[in-house]
Write a new protein. Structure first.
Ligand SMILES: Nc1ncnc2c1ncn2[C@@H]1O[C@H](COP(=O)(O)OP(=O)(O)O)[C@@H](O)[C@H]1O
Ligand SMILES: C=C(OP(=O)(O)O)C(=O)O
Ligand SMILES: [K+]
Ligand SMILES: [Mg+2]
Length: 585
């Protein structure tokens, strides 16, 4: 494929105005221009190291000619062969690596929910600069058009600015929730007020103190005396009367009602699950949203209110039939009593899990949420699946520029547990201080991680074997040993060459002291590895010959100032059952 690109011959630099920004970025690192015309006479052919971030083809040759016009022309040849000469890494990580060295890179990954406060290109870029690894879109809110605009903006950012921000689509699920409040951003419920919760469809404006409920069986299922919890207890009501489709409720704990807030009802101190438990995990709207996610090639789909492994398996085969390249990972949200009961089988079937503390805290007593979190994080690590700790990490920052001490302690605890990722919800979607909230997550993560390394607080790593096939057991053993060696020798980095990403996960699971450079061939695997603890994913074409892979990687990384001679590295790969220890030449 050859492209003709005009350039300005009389400028001291060759200027490529119509070159795509992604290619421009890659020309010799980051210049807008190719070096001087004197070193680039008419007819000259020279190589540029460049590649487009989302394809395997790379620009290789620029041929300059002047055609006697006085204005030279350059022809850019895009060739697949050239991709073997390039390496792609997240622009923020590259700066971090150069400025602070390996050891101080952040290991805990960060997920930001995108909403009205952060959906613009500039705001998304600010989040990417601030360390967002995954952008989450919540299908409870907004239209497909709205979500598509966000996805396109993130993709553009990745392509033009060299990020690898992954996209996670989160389904609505069949939860019971309130309606839209007739367009109002919120409504205040005061102590002693009587509100009507109704399953009636309201076409025009809602009557005063009336809330629409999305679940048709609601008025039948509740009983007088039941307690109705909005958002897991942010506001509480007591059911005092049932009149056909309307349920009259007395406000007992005042608070702010937000559009589409989740509803649960409790009887004699336990959650009423009756028909609620019969709701399908994936609603008809969810299926439409999932089709949207597949069409948009999102990297992750998070499934709300998962009850069993069966639904995950079902969805996996649905996605596999429609997206055969396997580019979508499924994240099971653990946010119900059933999901806790079937935790192991759900996590085993999924590609990762989320501790969705918002709804979980509405389904089990709040004081049980921390132990549930610890258990979920532990199970995920045992089964080698990434885990995200979500909801209310920095809730007060929706309104205030600094977090509470308790919030900082909560974030620290999730980091200490070695969760793969922390998530912002309302803080980044509709809060006043999205970037500040992200900065808090980043700095608290870095601080806690540094503290372990300084104190050398290696907690005993009891990792029961999880491999099912012989081959898998070998990989697991190699990674456990490589990580242990890395800690004992104090190496600068672990290198892993992996096509599917599996070997990189196995290393991440060991939570070693040093960062893990994960080299993978496809942009999609690279983006998905961005969710996992301690992995710095690079896109690189490599062969089965480890010797040449290593030499190539060393020279590419050295050229970009990301490693230096003498650095101690341990390398493992999908292709070879060995652990190599060496100093960068
Ligand atoms: N796409 C969106 N459009 C409008 N508002 C959104 C969007 N995504 C999130 N929000 C707002 O951010 C809040 C927090 O997000 P999240 O925790 O993901 O949702 P929920 O509160 O429904 O569980 C939501 O309650 C909603 O007010
Ligand atoms: C992350 C959660 O899910 P959602 O925000 O979709 O309710 C949660 O319940 O904590
Ligand atoms: K959701
Ligand atoms: Mg939820």
């Amino acid at each position: 494929m050859a492209q003709s690109i005009p350039l300005v011959s009389r400028s001291p630099h060759l200027n490529f105005p119509s070159l795509s920004p992604a290619l421009k970025r890659c020309l010799y690192g980051n210049p807008r221009r190719v070096p001087t015309s004197s070193s680039c006479p008419s007819g000259a052919v020279f190589s540029i190291r460049a590649s487009t971030s989302d394809s395997d083809s790379s620009a290789h040759h620029v041929i300059v000619s002047d055609n006697g016009t006085g204005y030279a022309r350059a022809t850019l040849t895009v060739s697949d062969a050239a991709s073997t000469a390039s390496i792609e890494v997240d622009a923020v990580t590259e700066v971090e690596l150069k400025e602070n060295g390996f050891r101080s890179t952040r290991r805990t990954k960060l997920v930001c929910t995108i909403g009205p406060a952060t959906c613009g290109s500039e705001q998304l870029e600010a989040l990417a600069v601030g360390g967002m690894n995954v952008a989450r879109i919540n299908m409870c809110h907004g239209t497909h058009e709205w979500h598509k605009r966000v996805i396109d903006r993130v993709r553009k950012l990745n392509e033009e600015k060299g990020y690898a921000v992954a996209i996670m689509m989160d389904t609505e699920g069949s939860e019971i929730h309130m309606g839209d409040l007739g367009g109002a951003p919120s409504a205040k419920a005061e102590d002693g007020e009587v509100w009507t919760f109704s399953v009636r469809a309201f076409n025009s404006t809602l009557p005063e103190r009336t809330i629409h409920v999305n679940y048709d069986g609601f008025a039948e299922d509740v009983k007088v005396g039941d307690e109705l919890l909005v958002d897991g207890g942010m506001v509480r009501f007591e059911v005092i009367e049932k009149i056909g489709p309307d349920v009259k409720c007395l406000c007992t704990d005042p608070g702010l009602l937000l559009p589409r807030a989740n509803l649960t009802f409790w009887r004699n101190g336990s959650l009423v699950r009756e028909r609620n438990a019969m709701l399908p995990t994936i609603s008809s709207k969810d299926w439409l949203d999932i089709d949207f996610g597949i069409a948009e090639k999102v990297d992750f789909i998070a499934i709300s209110f998962v009850k069993s492994a069966e639904v995950i398996n079902h969805l996996k085969s649905y996605i596999a039939a429609r997206s055969p390249d396997g580019g979508i990972s499924l994240i099971a949200k653990i946010e119900s009593i059933d999901s806790l009961k079937n935790l192991e089988e759900i996590v085993q079937a999924s590609d990762g899990a989320m501790v969705a503390r918002g709804d979980l805290g509405a389904q089990i007593p709040l004081e049980q949420v921390p132990s549930a979190q610890q258990k979920i994080v532990r199970v995920c690590r045992q089964l080698n699946k990434p885990v995200i700790v979500a909801s209310q990490l920095l809730e007060s920052m929706i309104e205030y520029p600094t977090p509470t001490r308790a919030e900082v302690a909560d974030v620290s605890e999730a980091v200490r547990q070695r969760a793969d990722a922390l998530m912002l919800s309302g803080e980044s979607a509709m809060g006043q201080y999205p970037e500040k909230a992200l900065t808090v997550l980043r700095s608290v993560s870095l601080r806690i991680e540094k503290w372990w390394r300084e104190e050398k607080r290696h907690e005993a790593m009891i990792l029961p074997p999880v491999g099912y096939s012989f081959a898998d057991n070998i990989k697991e053993e190699i990674c456990v040993s490589a990580a242990k060696m890395a800690n004992n020798l104090g190496v600068d980095a672990l290198f892993v060459y992996t096509k599917s990403g599996h070997m990189a996960s196995l290393l991440s699971r060991c939570r070693p002291d040093c960062p893990i450079f994960a080299f993978t061939t496809t942009p999609s695997v690279r983006r998905r590895l961005n969710l996992q603890w301690g992995l710095i994913p690079f896109r690189l074409s490599f062969s089965d010959d480890m010797e040449s892979n290593l030499n190539k990687t060393f020279s590419l990384l050295k050229a970009r100032g990301m490693i230096k001679s003498g650095d101690l590295v341990i390398a493992v790969s999908d292709m070879l059952q060995s652990i190599q220890v060496m100093n960068v030449p």
